[in-house]
Design a protein around this ligand. Sequence first.
Ligand code: TXA
Ligand code: MG
Length: 311
Amino acid sequence: MRISSREAIALLKKGQVAALPTETVYGLAASLSHPAAIEEIFHLKQRPPQNPLIVHLHHPQELNDLVTALPPESRELMDAFWPGPLTLILPAQQDRVPALVRAGLPTVACRVPSLLQVREILRETGPLVMPSANRSGRPSATQAFHVEEDLGSQIPVLDGGMCERGIESSILHYRENRWHLIRRGILPGEAFIPILGYEPLFCPSSGRQPTSPGQLFRHYAPRARLLLNEEIPDEPIDAIIGFRERNYPEGVAIYLLGSQSNSDECSQRLYTLLRQLDADQRSSVWVDFSFSHEGKWATLKERFEKASQWR
Ligand code: TXA
Ligand code: MG
């Protein structure tokens, strides 16, 4: 069910859920002050309760009610990247942030999204938890109909068109005197060098306790088997995910990600293409892996790797 911003605000204030666009991917939102709606999110997404949620804010000032002391350089990171696709893991005021949101961890993930439509809603509703609006394990939703594909046509969705960035926020966590990248996202590791003086180490989990619980779960996966290869594989394939400037054999369906010189375009289209493979019932797909694996491409590479581990 498509809804307006005004309807989204009314639903969220009443303690119901609504799917909203952001600059990264669509999120399934509930108000931080409505625990029943937060539970409904886990149910609708079939999300394991051990996987915590990101709290979205209209303004960094709202952190005063949610977190305790900020780790070093937090302010500088917020000034540089908020509003925008950066999520910070911060020490939570545990009486203010429900344990359900944190999956029992002492920390809370926070971000201020940049898409105007969602910021205006946040201004009216206050903090919203908002995981990506896909069923757990499926590629994230970057268009309104993706949300309906996964969560059903009765789910209230504010249609904001195709998400501009197309890949989730990057997540930073401070421990042992350094910031660590615990989820690759649309901001590459080197984007933080001017602020921190170093590139945060990519560290999705450490020792006994995973630092980003979401990394434990299967993710971003279409039903088709993905073969990641620089050259066409020997096995039979019924589709190719490839690039505009490359030549491919005739007689095989080609899904163009974009140009190898434009990572923004390819990021924006990634989840649409993965979902299209399912809609077209593809079973065996060669992903042309001849693209650069540096910078923003590192995130694309990782998403393809995760998507190929489905079976
Ligand atoms: O771009 C985004 O971040 C999107 C849009 C909607 O804002 N949201 C999103 O949420 O990707 P979700 O729930 O799909 O992914 C959140 C990730 C999960 O991997 C989760 O484990 C991790 O954040 N996370 C949340 N709270 C955490 C915490 N306290 N400590 C460590 N990881 C946390
Ligand atoms: Mg997600």
